[in-house]
Design a protein around this ligand. Structure first.
Ligand code: ADP
Ligand code: ZN
Length: 433
């Protein structure tokens, strides 16, 4: 099933024309309304007239996560605050998050692209879908929520956690679809097996999984353990949230909603476009948004684009699985974590040495997150209570900056390994690496 056949199956030449028109309009809007972009284009000697077709996009400056941090919180908006109806946020590289503002029209676009995803998975208005992504500032929960509402399905706004209730409601409400991270899907699969309810009593058929990288092996495991079809959903907050792309029933690449988000692949070092079909860094320009449209946003995700027509009938470009990232961002339980965030908390605390080590693993399908940190000589006392108290403070501060509680291990001064060259501060033992 296809939600929007006109857009999803458009002839490639017409798609380029549409993208050209939309890019031109977006550039004009940004140039008029967003001072940092205006200035940057002027510095490059560019005016909106220089952008006539989608091929001119390479003339435009890039946008990075750092720009979102530098203009925190609202400096990159292209609409007045009175037009912004929703804010979402995701991890920045240090203490402050990155913020995105949505106009009413942006939310409609989000619903539209989300509807394309869930329709491609075979879900429709007769289906109950349990949304077990976290709700809140994170785009996962409300993004999937809007998508299910747009197709007219019945949404269970469950959010993550509370496993027993997840299983109970999935059963009692007859959920046919499940939306969550792939690792949480595996966790729920075990919980379902452990419950006293037989699998035949569940109606579950389809999963929409994303927000973190996953492999073909993981797909097979989820599909066999849960007895469902598991589909990829891709997105990022800066661009809109989940729904930037989705798999179809061919499960052979993630279709991108390129009439809204124009993709490019560039060499992550030089920023130059790579040859068609080659791997590199994925870059997106939003060409229909009005709240916070971004030009050439560097996702840091590594993949490649496939332009062949898909057997499902869609002509939209597909991306291969995300191979990894070209920065040091970790995705732990679906939450983006930068080692620099951990560092900023540690360096602010006088009791701690600036030496730390992060260990990430996956145990029983749940990510574990440990932070080892050295305590300064003068604070490293034998008094257990004092150390416990310090540990609590660190957990609390990391929780408030990252949104996750790590298992903090306080270690003696000078006990963590020092490196001769580039410090190795992370050991990610999970198998998709
Ligand atoms: P989301 O809510 O979609 O997780 P974030 O902005 O928090 O959005 O994180 C975006 C990043 O998450 C992406 O740049 C990518 O690295 C990762 N991500 C999201 N979806 C997928 C997916 N389906 N496969 C692999 N990585 C993904
Ligand atoms: Zn397809």
């Amino acid at each position: 099933m296809i939600w929007n056949e006109t857009m999803e199956c458009m002839d490639r030449a017409n798609m380029r024309t549409l993208q050209s028109i939309r890019l031109k309009k977006t550039v004009e809007r940004i140039y008029q309304n967003c001072e940092p972009y205006h200035r940057r284009m002027q510095e490059k000697g560019l005016s909106p007239d220089d952008i006539q077709t989608i091929d001119d996009i390479v003339k435009l400056p890039f946008t990075s996560k750092k720009d979102l941090r530098d203009y925190y919180p609202f400096g990159l908006l292209s609409s007045p605050m009175s037009e912004i109806v929703r804010l979402h946020a995701s991890s920045g590289t240090t203490g402050k998050p990155i913020v995105v503002g949505y106009t009413r029209n942006d939310l409609a676009i989000w619903g539209e692209v989300g509807a394309r995803c869930f329709t491609a998975y075979g879900l429709g208005k007769q289906d109950v879908v349990q949304v077990s992504y976290g709700y809140g500032l994170f785009t996962g929960g409300l993004g999937a929520h809007g998508a299910v509402e747009t197709i007219g399905g019945t949404v269970i706004p469950m959010s993550s956690g509370n496993t027993e209730k997840q299983i109970m409601l999935m059963h009692d409400f007859g959920a046919v679809g499940l939306a969550c991270t792939p690792s949480y899907a595996l966790f729920l699969a075990d919980a379902l097996h452990d419950s006293s309810i037989p699998r035949e009593e569940f109606k579950l058929k389809v999963g929409a999984f994303g927000a973190e990288p996953w492999t073909e092996e993981m797909r097979k495991e989820i599909e066999s353990k849960l007895g469902i079809k598991a589909y990829d959903i891709y997105g990022l907050t800066e661009i809109i949230g989940p729904g930037v792309g989705h798999e179809c029933q061919c499960q052979n690449g993630t279709h991108l909603c390129e009439d809204h988000f124009y993709p490019e692949i560039v060499n992550p070092e030089t920023g130059e476009p790579v040859a068609p079909g080659e791997f590199g860094e994925l870059v997106f320009s939003t060409i229909t948004k009005s709240g916070m449209p971004l030009l050439r946003f560097r996702t840091r995700d590594l993949t490649r684009l496939i332009y062949d027509k898909c057997e499902c009938g869609r002509t939209s470009v597909r991306m291969d699985r995300i191979l990894g990232r070209c920065d040091d961002m970790l995705i732990i339980r679906g939450v983006n974590v930068f080692p620099s965030q951990v560092e900023s908390v540690i360096c602010e605390m006088p009791e701690l040495e600036p030496h730390y080590f992060i260990v990430v693993d996956r145990v029983n399908n749940l990510d574990t997150f440990e932070v080892q940190v050295e305590v300064k000589e003068e604070f490293y006392s034998d008094e257990v209570n004092k150390l416990l108290d310090l540990r609590k403070q660190i957990v609390h501060r990391l929780q408030s900056v990252i949104g996750l509680s790590p298992d903090v291990k306080l270690v003696e001064p000078r006990s963590l390994e020092r490196s001769q060259g580039k410090a190795k501060r992370v050991n990610d033992k999970r198998k998709f690496k």
